[in-house]
Design a protein around this ligand. Structure first.
Ligand code: GDP
Length: 189
């Protein structure tokens, strides 16, 4: 997939006609601070297109970006943001689950972003289980791989493969652009 254009369309909080648009949708999910905004920005080569997950008020919305005028990238709220209440966290979790699994939106692909150093969180594992059950197409991106020392890379990758039960893991870094071409290839429509 070559990115020719990328533009913000709208933010939604729940059901909205854009959910059922005919354009293919690629959803990005991940824990807060995992670098989800940075990954989308690195894909489209636009530093400020997606605001950081830690921007106040941006945390709970579902943001739609139109790519190449024919595909949506969907930035789902980051979960586990430290500075919000348990109640809000649960609300976000429910919103993500609703959006991905109950809203009847048809996804082209879900990009699950995890931290290459930390590995998958409990919610990541829960989501992987649901994605598999629903036979949704997904790809796991292990971001911040630049933080790993060369000799740690193989071990971390093995740990992530073991915990997720997936062999197809893209080692990514928004700092070095590692993994960008591979991810774009897997998003090919
Ligand atoms: P979000 O909350 O998931 O949207 O995360 P952000 O994109 O706002 O990134 C959170 C923090 O991680 C920021 O300080 C980023 O600069 C940093 N970050 C994002 N991607 C990478 C990466 O590939 N490597 C490193 N070392 N830091 C990263």
């Amino acid at each position: 997939m070559m990115i020719q254009s990328a533009e913000f369309v709208k933010s939604v909080l729940g059901t909205n006609e854009i959910l059922y648009s005919e354009y293919p949708q690629i959803a990005f999910v991940g824990r807060s601070n995992v670098g989800k905004s940075s990954v989308i920005n690195s894909l489209v080569e636009r530093k400020g297109l997606v605001k950081s997950g830690s921007t106040p008020g941006k945390t709970q919305q579902i943001n739609y970006f139109l790519i190449n005028k024919n595909t949506y990238f969907i930035d789902l709220p980051g979960y586990g943001f430290m500075k919000i209440s348990l109640k809000q966290k649960e609300k976000i979790r429910k919103m993500i689950i609703w959006y991905l699994f109950k809203s009847s939106v048809i996804f082209k692909k879900v990009v699950l972003i995890i931290d290459a150093k930390v590995g998958p969180s409990a919610f990541d594992i829960e989501m992987l289980g649901l994605l598999r059950k629903r036979e949704n197409d997904f790809v796991i991106v292990a971001n911040k791989s630049d933080k790993l020392k060369q000799k740690e890379v193989k071990k971390q990758l093995e740990m992530i493969k073991k915990k997720t039960g997936e062999q197809n893991i893209i080692l990514y870094s928004t700092k070095t652009n590692k993994g960008r071409e591979e991810l774009l290839e897997q998003l090919a429509l």
